[in-house]
Design a protein around this ligand. Sequence first.
Ligand code: G4P
Length: 533
Amino acid sequence: MNYKEEISKRRTFGIISHPDAGKTTLTEKLLLFGGAIQKAGAVKSNKAEKTAVSDFMEIEKQRGISVATSVMGFNYNGVKINILDTPGHKDFAEDTYRTLTAVDSVILVIDCVKGVEEQTRKLMAVCRMRHIPVIVFINKMDREGKEPFDLLEEIERELNISTRPLSWPIGIGGTFKGVYQLYQKKLKLYAASKTTINQDVVDLDSLDNTLLDEKVGASAAKQLRDEVELVEGVYEPFDLSLYRTGYLAPVFFGSAINNFGVQELLETFIEIAPYPQPRETNIRTVDPEEPKFTGFIFKIHANLDPNHRDRIAFCRVCSGEFLRNTFYYHTRLNKKLKFASPTGFMGDSKSLIEEAWPGDVVGLYDSGNFKIGDTLTEGEQLQFLGIPSFSPEIFKELENTDPMKTKQLEKGIRQLIDEGVAQLFVQNPGNRKIVGTVGELQFEVIKFRLLHEYGAACVFRPLSFSKASWISCSSLVDLKEFMRIHSSIIAYDKDDRPVFLSSSKWDIDYALRQFPTLSFHENSEWQQQTIKT
Ligand code: G4P
């Protein structure tokens, strides 16, 4: 087996955006270019998620769609590309954060009319935290949008990342004539077309060439010359290592719906995006070239059919070769498992696979063995890091309304939490259950699924908390005292770590004034991060 070759052939990435910026369209166009699908419309958008909160059928439909499109693989110029789908609806942002743990890079889509939006900021915060390399695709250039320089400035300021344009637009909206590829020195002329993928490309050795005036007109040609001069004056040459370490985002301009700018994006992506890299565990760094298989679960999908409680756990291969029907070690359960029908993902469909390599995602049928974050190895006791929980934004108390079904409720909520539908915090004594989410939609999903899959009824009572902070303290005595005084706002997360539930920043500041030895953490992985550094 040539591990190195297989690994260097793989690019595993996610496309992220604020809803409606064009993530689904771009995904589809990449699949079209890659020959993985034959016509537009094959990849269903996340529209179902964008519908009314209580539209259960739509939620169910969405769950069905997203199993198939959770991972979309295709081959392009000898490279195996795996696109990991992320939900469009902001209420499922937690899902996206977790998917980002399994990618090696991302493409961030920004709508040129709207610029940086709320979800863009949140997603980029996660990318920055994990130093994920980001390529920016500024979409919808066929619309009257913001000026390119203003957009770049906005991205740098709002997303706290340096940018470097690799293409430059000629006009925008009604006057959009195409892009000039700064490195290839090629002019790509725009023609609005949702169906063809061939565009007129003109080689231009220099922007002084009068061919430019012929193709785009004298005034647009002058503007391009002036702007490119400014770009070359203002920006440093593109630095690959700054991109690979997450500090510099190369920027492309295009129009996904019109297939414009997508091919350059794909080709540059293949050239510069990192192939699977070493990953941190609680004890050591795992190199993808190690011959022994390791992987972790970053997503769990419940079966749509309540009669078959099977779930699909999505495992990202981190090292070695994954083989069908081979025993692997589940490090949390200290147990060996083998998988008779692992699935791989090509285009918008899935099929049985015999083997998989680092960077690939394998779908494993699971009857309840997996939680998000679980690690599989060939026997070594280790745990992959980088799958933290972030604070939810909405908190509600879960109240059982059918005492006869207490066991079912207990089992159901634990399984849904293992799947990552929401976070659960438990207060003791009393076993009071507080469910935390980033959106209202999840509460509807949980209620619906508890009833339909587990026969358990519940209601949610709103709570005033808006943040959960993981607690650490340099003094055990202080910690015990703090937890005693504040027992009504202390709860335990799924791994029994204490969290402080607060309603405002004031609560946190007050607690810190009372107990200066305390520290509050934004995510659940602060401990491991500390150990790592
Ligand atoms: P999302 O996954 O990020 O939520 O966005 P999606 O691709 O669904 O695109 C959102 C809307 O933007 C869609 O229109 C899509 O057609 C449109 N769009 C995507 N790329 C471009 C582009 O380059 N230019 C223009 N002008 N529009 C673009 P829709 O009306 O919401 O849906 P549909 O009826 O077209 O499917």
